[in-house]
Design a protein around this ligand. Structure first.
Ligand code: ZN
Length: 352
């Protein structure tokens, strides 16, 4: 195995400056470049590691991430004072075909990404359409600013079915993931405001519409988690009364993952005390054990409820989140207002 160097502080600053240049100086005729940058960051978290190694990504993987990002955005946006919603334009001319196709797929499956994916021939055709758009539109243009080619993320080979993130790039995406996603999302929102200025007016709930998670959609988890947790709060093991909160085990603020294994059921008080913190190692162990021991039952219940799940990806996201917190010297939540410093013992739990 080759050892790749971890990017130096100087390398990391250069990475951030280059990302800023893409956002500030790149030209944007559609929102695809934001979706591409966001997808690369997501895939670095889901499939990369912190070794500094290069990372191969297929254009198909990128296309699937694209669809997931746009899936939420193509539903009609309700403008205050108007009866019908509008599908936001994702480019400066007329709506891009690929957006119309994703919107049509969403309608066909009644909004359910799970059902969309289960309709295999249609899903395959959609992914391959989107992959073509990724290849023709943003992929080989992303790193061009003015007449200059930065090419720091991957080589512009302009052909083939995959790209390779250069050594250190997956590391940098992972090291700055929350702040990068915030940057990509706010640039994306600004772009959509300009592209839809006439329709949108001063609508101020775009952030939630485009990137939020729908509280109501979490209700589907309540009966499943009540059963697997035997009516107990995931964190304090106390009895759950009729009202309980569905909690993102890896907080939504750190990573927008709505894959099913990331959810636990907790008292409202426990959930709000945990807030945006990671849970300490004992909770992490309980989460890992639950997912492993009840894998078959959980999968069957998720399938029956048409919820998207992928335990391996959920575990890799958790590994990223704990590695990130350890590097940041973060505290993790125990109970109430009790915290401790995260140490390296989480590795044995997630790597096992
Ligand atoms: Zn509790």
């Amino acid at each position: 195995m080759t050892d790749w160097p971890i990017p130096s502080d100087g390398d990391q600053v250069r990475f951030l400056k280059n990302i800023q240049r893409l956002l500030n100086e790149g030209s944007f005729v559609a929102s695809y470049k934001f979706a591409l940058l966001h997808s690369l960051a997501d895939l670095a978290v889901e499939f990369g590691d912190d070794s500094g190694a290069p990372l191969d990504l297929t254009i198909r993987q990128i296309a699937e991430r694209f669809i997931r990002l746009y899936w939420q955005q193509v539903r009609p946006f309700q403008v205050a004072g108007s009866d019908s919603g509008i599908v936001l334009k994702q480019n400066t001319g007329r709506q891009a075909d690929v957006i119309n196709r994703i919107a049509a797929a969403r309608v066909r499956s009644a909004g359910s990404l799970y059902r969309g994916r289960m309709d295999r021939p249609a899903w395959k055709a959609l992914v391959s359409d989107v992959a073509t758009t990724v290849r023709v539109m943003p992929l080989w243009k992303l790193q061009t600013v003015g007449s200059e080619r930065l090419d720091f993320l991957y080589d512009n080979i302009e052909t083939g079915a995959s790209i390779m993130l250069k050594p250190g790039m997956a590391y940098c995406f992972r090291a700055f993931y929350p702040v990068l996603c915030g940057l990509f999302r706010s640039s994306w929102i600004d772009y959509l405001r300009r592209a839809n200025a006439r329709d949108l007016g001063y609508a101020n709930d775009l952030q939630d519409f485009l990137f939020g998670h729908e509280r109501a959609s979490l209700d589907v988890y309540v009966p499943i988690l009540r059963d697997v947790q035997r009516g107990e709060c995931f964190y304090c093991r106390g009895h759950l009364r009729s009202s309980a909160d569905v909690d993102h085990f890896i907080p939504w603020s750190r990573c927008h993952s709505d894959l099913a294994h990331n959810f636990v059921l907790a008292h409202r008080g426990c959930n709000s005390a945990k807030s945006d913190h990671l849970a300490f190692e004992k909770h992490l162990e309980a989460w890992a054990v639950r997912n492993a021991d009840m894998r078959a039952e959980l999968n069957q219940r998720f399938d029956a409820a048409a919820i998207v799940y992928d335990l391996d990806v959920s575990r890799r996201i958790a590994s990223w989140a704990y590695a990130y917190a350890e590097q940041a010297n973060s505290q993790v939540w125990i109970r109430d207002s009790e915290f401790k410093r995260l140490d390296g013992s989480w590795r044995a739990i997630l790597v096992a």
